[in-house]
Each structure stands twice: as C-alpha cells, then as structure tokens.
Ligand binder design. Structure first.
Ligand code: LLP
Length: 451
C-alpha cells in the first residue's frame, strides 16, 4: 500500500479496506462515486498539527484555523471544534455550516475579498473572533455595521507581501497582480492600516497573508512572514504600541503521488518559528502571536474517492502506441483539479489485486468534454475491466468542496469510516435534488414604471 492512502487503509485478501470497511461493501451500500473519509486519520493529523504548533510557538501560539473551503460539513466542523482548533470561513455558506455545528464564534475567522453586507452582519452577530479585511470599502462597511450593532470587531488586514510561491498560477495569491490583499510595497497596506485605526468599532489585531497553495518549499512562507514583521515594526515605530498577531495563512503542500515530498508539521513549524523569532528580534518587536490556516494539509490525505469503471477503450496514438481510456462514473464534477490546475493524482484498482502487465491508461470521467480527465497518464494492470472499483487517494481537499452538477450529474456524498463502521456525513445527491431547483413561477412585475 502506498503511503498516500490514509493511515487506516490496507489490503485484505487483495481488496482495499479503509477504516475497516471493504470497498466492495461501501460500493454496494452507498454506490459510487463516493468520497470516503478515514475519520481517525483526520483526527490524528489535526491532533498532531495542533500539538506541534503549541510546542513550536509555546506562549506566542495563536490559533490553527482549519480552512473550511478545502472541505466542510457539519460533522467535520464538530470534529474540528472538539480538536480545539479554529476554523476559517470565507462565505456566509461556510459560516452557516459551522454555525450549525455550534462552533464557538471566538474561534472563527472570516475571510473573503468581497463579503456581502449580510455576510458581514452574520459574522458580527455570531461574534466571530476575527474578520480579515481585504479592501478599503470593506473597512468602512465592517466599521459601520459593527458600529450599528454597538460592537467592537476584531479585525486583521490581509496583506500582500509580494512573494512568488512556486505553485500553479491560479492558486498562487501573493505576487502583486492579484485580487487579494493590500500590497505592502505600494503603500496600500499602510493606507489601509490608517483607515482601520480611525474606527472605534474596529480593533486591529495584526497582519495576515496567504501566499498560495500546494507549496513544498518553506522559503516562501519565511519570506512573507519577514515582510509582515517589517510592517508590524513600522506600526510600533509610528504608534508606540504593538500589534499582537501575525497569521501566515495556509498552503502547505501534500503528496498526491509518490513523487511528491511534502514537509511534515514539525519540520514546517520549526522552520517558520526560527525565521519569525529571529526576524522579530532583529526588528525590535515582541514576537507576535502566530496563527496558520492549513486546509489541504489537514483534510487532503484523509479522503479517497471510489469510482466504478464503466467502459474501457483502446485508442491508437500517432506513434503507433496505444492508450487505454478507462471511463469512471464521476469525473470533472467531483474532481475539477486535474483540468483546472493540471493536478496529478494516482489511483489503484481497489476491489482486487492483479498481476497483469501494467499499461498506460488515462482515467476519464463521464462528462461530455474531452478535458474531463481524472488522471492523464497512469500505469494500471492491463486486465482492468468494467465493474472494477478504482480508488483515488488524497482527494479530501478541494474535491467535494469544488464539485459541480455539470451535465446534471448529482454530486457524490461523503461517508466516514471508523473501525469497520460507515456513516454518511454528506448524502449523495439524487436526480430529485437536481429537479427540486426547477420551478415554474408566475411572471412578476419588477417595477411600477415598466407597465
Ligand atoms: N487561508 C486562505 C486565506 C486561503 O485563501 C486558503 C486557500 C487557505 C487558507 C487554505 O489553503 P490550503 O492550506 O488548503 O492550501 N482550489 C485550489 C486551492 C485554492 C485555495 C484557496 N485558498 C486547489 O484545489 O488546489
């Protein structure tokens, strides 16, 4: 068994078992495609990150905020709450889910570059600990809404440190030409700070940045932390007192294939701590309270997508070689990452072991689109056939959360497996769910003038 599968995955009589549940039993009971969450694996990983975080930052540990965008459900929100870490939400919808799990407001952080007024009001009403501000208009909006509600809202400024992270362009967020944050180098960040401190309804807690996702090198995190520390030092020199918090965002990479070599929590945190401590001392500020926001590194490795093979097709290539197209019963509607970012996954036949010769396969979905590819090129046993189950590991982050109903395909559910038991935490959609949105409304007159 390759290490990219969750901890409690193993082969029994050749068949893949996750959390003590055989994939054939899962498929028979829940159908495919289905996301399988190894719940113990998730709990252990969160526990490990949290304890390493507390060891690394000791007195100046702020909070680990789980990034809900990677995957959220009410049950997962409860589990995160029990683990004692915080959660980062970036929409009213994500806030609604964590509220349904009774997640304590003070451990919630609200993000987003275009939060609506109802979203801001909902966050303030729920007493979220931090709202991260991302534009000058938003500073005024949050200040006004907090004032109207007679509250003082804790806020942080999302800063753009101008650091280029080595990852896909669409998931890199802190080079200069992006929609997120206030640029430090252009002076926008300082102007934003001056706008915030004018308001009595806002309490500025510190600076935040998020430089991108699926990053393997720690250098980019260190470089951005250092620019934020310079910013905090400027605040000290101009205002006399200190801002207490620094949040370096998420983005820690995980292994999707055996060739990916991610950092573990201990390694990552030790490196970041080193840089922050020495730079704070050099800049003459008290080491700030550090927070981080991993999403993928917590949930990504804990889930596996299970598909059923529907058809296989041998296709002649120009150079005389052939490729076997293996069509599964999902595709870009449950995993858009391959077509969107060129992400590379691995897969195995899950219901049986095979000694057949390996051959080049392309795993594709069932959508009417050539780019509907789950895995572009992978060696699989040549006897792969309709009815086989295929397991794709490391799909916990940005799989279900970015799922769509393209081609009116119902989105797969998520089951949690522990010690030989399985339970649904998000049920699979049905065609009835899709049709429930089709309504016939009587024509409405929208303004008095139009008659
Ligand atoms: N904090 C902020 C402010 C973020 O914007 C994000 C991700 C995170 C934390 C969590 O990042 P993580 O640790 O999960 O990498 N859909 C893309 C990733 C986009 C992430 C957007 N923001 C993907 O599938 O790779």
């Amino acid at each position: 068994m390759v290490s990219i599968f969750p901890t409690n995955a193993k082969r029994i009589d050749g068949e893949l078992e996750i959390g003590g549940c055989r994939v054939s039993d899962i498929a028979a009971r829940y159908g495919t495609p289905i996301f399988i969450l190894d719940e113990s694996d998730l709990k252990v990983r969160i526990g490990n990150w949290n304890s390493e975080f507390k060891v690394a930052f000791a007195q100046n540990s702020g909070q680990i905020y789980y990034a809900a965008k990677s995957f959220i459900s009410v049950e997962v929100a409860k589990l995160i709450n029990e683990a004692g870490i915080g959660v980062d939400v970036c929409t009213g919808g994500e806030l609604a889910v964590v509220r349904a799990a009774k997640f304590p407001g003070e451990r919630i952080e609200m993000h987003g570059n275009n939060k609506s007024e109802p979203e801001i009001a909902a966050a303030i009403d729920y007493r979220v600990g931090v709202i991260v501000l991302d534009s000058l208009q938003e500073i005024e909006r949050v200040a006004r809404i907090a004032h109207e509600k007679n509250r003082v809202q804790g806020v942080m400024l999302r800063l753009n440190p101008g650091v280029e992270a080595h990852t896909h362009e669409y998931i890199a967020t802190a080079h200069e030409d992006v929609k997120f944050g206030f640029s430090i180098s252009s002076g926008a960040a300082w102007d934003a700070l001056l706008a915030v401190v004018k308001h009595e309804s806002l309490q500025l807690l510190g600076a935040h940045c998020h430089i991108g996702s699926q990053i393997f090198a720690v250098d980019a995190f260190k470089a951005s932390a250092l620019r934020l520390i310079e910013f905090l030092a400027r605040y000290k020199s101009e205002f006399g007192n200190e801002l207490e918090s620094l949040n370096i965002g998420g983005g820690v990479g995980i292994a999707y294939t055996e060739s990916d070599k991610p950092m573990n929590a201990k390694e990552f945190l030790a490196n970041v701590k080193e840089a922050i401590n020495s730079e704070s001392a050099r800049a003459g500020i008290i080491t700030p309270k550090i927070s981080i926001e991993p999403g993928r590194a917590l949930i990504g490795p804990s889930m596996v997508t299970l598909y059923t093979v529907g058809t296989t097709k041998e296709v002649q290539l120009k150079d005389g070689a052939t490729r076997l197209y293996v069509s599964v019963d999902g595709g870009m509607s449950d995993n858009i990452r391959t077509s969107l970012y060129g992400a590379v996954y691995s897969a195995e036949i899950a219901n049986r072991e095979s000694n057949a010769k390996l051959r080049d396969c392309r795993i594709v979905g069932k959508h009417c689109e050539t780019g509907d590819i789950v895995i572009n090129s992978i060696n699989l046993p040549s006897d792969i056939a309709p009815g086989d189950l295929i397991a794709v590991p490391a799909t916990g982050a940005y799989g279900r959360s970015m799922a769509s109903n393209y081609n009116h395909v119902p989105r797969p559910g998520v089951i949690s497996v522990v010690n030989g038991t399985a339970r649904t935490i998000i049920r699979s959609e049905t065609e009835a769910d899709l049709l429930a949105l089709d309504v016939v409304e009587a024509p409405q007159r929208l303004s008095k003038e139009s008659n």
